[in-house]
Design a protein around this ligand. Structure first.
Ligand SMILES: NC(=O)c1ccc[n+]([C@@H]2O[C@H](COP(=O)([O-])OP(=O)(O)OC[C@H]3O[C@@H](n4cnc5c(N)ncnc54)[C@H](OP(=O)(O)O)[C@@H]3O)[C@@H](O)[C@H]2O)c1
Length: 167
């Protein structure tokens, strides 16, 4: 990956073993980027990396649980050692908790799990990757969100967004 003269743009996508994260990884691969596939489950991570590689993407697996300090620190070390840096971080991993949720019935444990993943996880991963991003000539951080998290949409007259879920 590192030839001493130039290298491809290196991205990390969290929660890249499936869904939107996987498709982002595939899209960045199609641009010729080197993509770290952040995923907590070994089997799902390896399957995603194999599928991306089969499609021509320069992909590598990054064991990553965004709720775990040690996992996130190890992911930063792996990327530094294997890719030699990081240009783009895509904070995609998230959970909804069990839907439907209403503020009067949701379990506190559900709220705690969602916040730990969707909020603290983003801070944890971003802070761990910042030293590499700061060394990049063109660093970018992309935080995935959802219209479900939009207070404006939730409170708009006539909105059919329903009660605010934890996600
Ligand atoms: N789908 C939608 O309609 C929609 C709409 C708006 C925004 N979004 C946003 O798009 C993003 C992806 O959504 P999606 O629909 O693709 O979700 P998804 O199919 O449920 O995928 C979520 C990904 O996050 C991973 N993940 C969850 N907790 C994690 C943790 N603690 N550490 C590491 N990875 C973890 C999952 O891994 P596992 O396979 O191990 O569970 C999975 O790879 C989310 O940020 C979501 O809020 C989605």
């Amino acid at each position: 990956m590192i030839d001493g003269m130039s290298r491809p743009t290196i991205a990390l996508v969290t929660g890249a073993n499936k869904g939107i994260g996987f498709e982002i990884a595939a899209g960045l691969g199609a641009l010729g980027w080197c993509v770290g596939v952040g995923a907590r489950d070994q089997r799902r991570r390896e399957a995603a990396v194999a599928k991306l590689q089969a499609a021509g993407t320069d992909a590598f697996g990054v064991p990553l649980d965004v709720t775990d300090d040690a996992s996130v620190a190890a992911a930063a070390e792996l990327i530094a050692g294997q890719a030699g840096g990081l240009d783009v971080l895509i904070n995609n991993a998230a959970i909804t908790g069990n839907l439907p949720q209403t503020p009067t019935k949701v379990e506190p444990a559900t709220v705690r799990a969602v916040v730990e993943t969707n909020v603290i996880g983003v801070i944890r991963v971003t802070n761990a990757m910042l030293p590499m991003l700061r060394d990049s000539a063109s660093p970018r951080i992309v935080n995935m969100s959802s219209s479900v998290g939009s207070l404006a949409l939730q409170t708009a007259p006539g909105s059919d967004m329903g009660p605010v879920p934890t996600a």
